[in-house]
Design a protein around this ligand. Sequence first.
Ligand code: SF4
Ligand code: SF4
Length: 543
Amino acid sequence: MEERVHKLWHFYGGLHLEPHKAPSTRTSLRAPPLAHQLVVPVHQHVGEPAEVLVRPGEYVHKGQRIARANSYLNAPIHAPSSGAVVEVGERPIPHPSGLQGLCIIIETDGRDAWGGRRLAPITDYRSRDQAELRMRVRECGVVGLGGAAFPTSVKLNIRSRQRINTLVINGAECEPYISCDDMLMRERAEAILQGARIIQHTLRGPECVVVIEDDMPHALEAMREALGGEQAGGLRIVSVPAIYPTGGERQLIKVLTGKEVPTDGLPADIGVLCHNVGTAYAVQRAVVHGEPLLSRIVTVTGQGVREPCNLEVPLGTPVSEVIAACGGYTDRVRRLIMGGPMMGVAMDSDEVPVIKATNCLLVAGPDEVAEPHLAMPCIRCGECVRVCPAQLLPQELYWQARAKDLDKAQDHHLFDCIECGCCAYACPSHIPLVHYYRYAKTEIWACERERQAADVAKARHAFHLERLEREKRERAERLARKKAALRDKADTEQGPNKAPIHAALERVKARKAASQAKAPEATAKPHPSRRRTVARGRGGEAK
Ligand code: SF4
Ligand code: SF4
C-alpha cells in the first residue's frame, strides 16, 4: 500500500548550529571566467575510476566523453569545455589522503564548442521506458551532488523485489556555510521539479517529497511558487526544522517517515529513495537537454575570501581560479576546506580541481575554525553519545580505533557512523574523534582488500593445482587409450593366421627347452687338454 508523509518525527541527537549562509546568498548564481587549463580527474565518483579515452594532442569538444565507465559502479567523464588535451597524468586531487590521482588536462580554446556532442533531448520522458531514462542518466555521468558522488543510474536501478513508495528530493542543506542547494532552489526551481518528476517516472511513480529546511525561506518560496502550492501532481514540499544533520539520508528518512533504515540495509529496503536537489537538476539537464554533467554549483565562502557567493563552476577548474573569481583571498585565511566545517576535508593546496563532489570551498578565517587544541584524555562524560545521530557509542569506537581493535569497532557499528562530527564538536576533551573513525574505516577497507587479494591468490593456486592434476590424468588416459589401440591393431593384423604362428612359436620353444635339457651331459666331460694340465699339476702327489 502506498505510504503518505503526514507528520514529522525527530531523529536522535544532532546539534543546533549557526547557519552562516547569509554572506554567500547575497548575489545571484554566476559562472567564473573559463580557466586556461582544466584538470579533470577520472575518479570523481564512488566506484572504479573511469577509463581514459583520449591522448595528449587530441582536440576535444565540450561534452565529449573523455573517460568511459567500464563497470557497473562507475560514471563516465566528459570534457567540461573544448580545447586540446595536453597531458594525461597524475595531479593533486581533492582527497583526505592528499594523494595524487590520474587527470586529463585540457587547455581550453575559449570557444566552449559542443561540436554536435549534445545528446538528443527527451522532452516526452513520460512515454519513455524507465531503462532508457536510466541509461541516459548513466551516459551523462550524473552522480549524487549532495557530496556522496554515488552514480545516480545505479541508485535508480531498483531491484525487482523492491518497491519505492517515497522519493525524497533532499534540499535540507544542514551543514553551516554551504548554500549551493539553497541558491539552486531559489533560481532553478522549475528545472529541479522537472528533474524530480523524471526520477519519479523512472521509479514508477512513488510519492515525491521535496524537503527544505525552515531556515531557507527564499528557497521554500521559490519551490512552492514553481509547484503552484504545497503539493501538486504527486509532488509535495515539506519544510523541516534546521537541526544538524537533518540532511543525512538516514536522519531525513526518520524525520519524514519515522522509520529507521536497517543497520546493514539501504533506504530502498524500507521503500524510500533519496536524491539531492542538485542531482534532480542534473537529471533534468541530462534528459531534457541532453547535457552531460559538466559543471556544478559551488559555495565559496568564509572570512578568507573577499566576495563570498555561489558559482556555477566547470568541473576541473582549479580552486585557485575559483577563489580568484570571488575577489581572491583576504588576509584572514586560516584554512582551506572542501566541504563544510563539520564534514569537510582540509586541503593543502588550492591547485586541486573542482570535482563532482565539491559543494563548498570554505576559506576559513580565525573565528571560523577552532584553533588546534591539545587532545585531553576521555573523561567518559557521555556528551558524544548524547549528540550522535546514528545512536552509536562514539567513546567506545574511539577506544577501539585507538587500540586497533577493528573487529570490535565493527561490532559497535563503526560503518553506521556518517562522520557528521557532532561527537567531536561536543567533546570537552577536544578529541578529534572523527579522525579516529576515518582511520579505522580505512584500515578495515585495506584489510578487506588484502583479504580479497589473498582469497583470489588462493583460488588461483587451487585452480592451478587442479589443472596440473587434470592434465596428468588426461595424459595417463591418453597413453592407456593409445596402448589399447596398438594392442587391438596387432590383434586385428594377425587375424586368422594367429593360430599357425602361435603353434610355430610353441614348437620353437619346445625345441629350445629339449636342447637345454641335453646340454649338461655334454659339457660335464672335461676337455682332453684340461685333463692333462690337471695331471701335470698334481704330479708329485699322484706318484
Ligand atoms: S565526549 Fe569526549 S570526553 Fe566525553 S565521553 Fe565522549 S570522547 Fe570521552
Ligand atoms: S561522527 Fe559518527 S560517531 Fe560521531 S556523532 Fe557523527 S555519527 Fe556519531
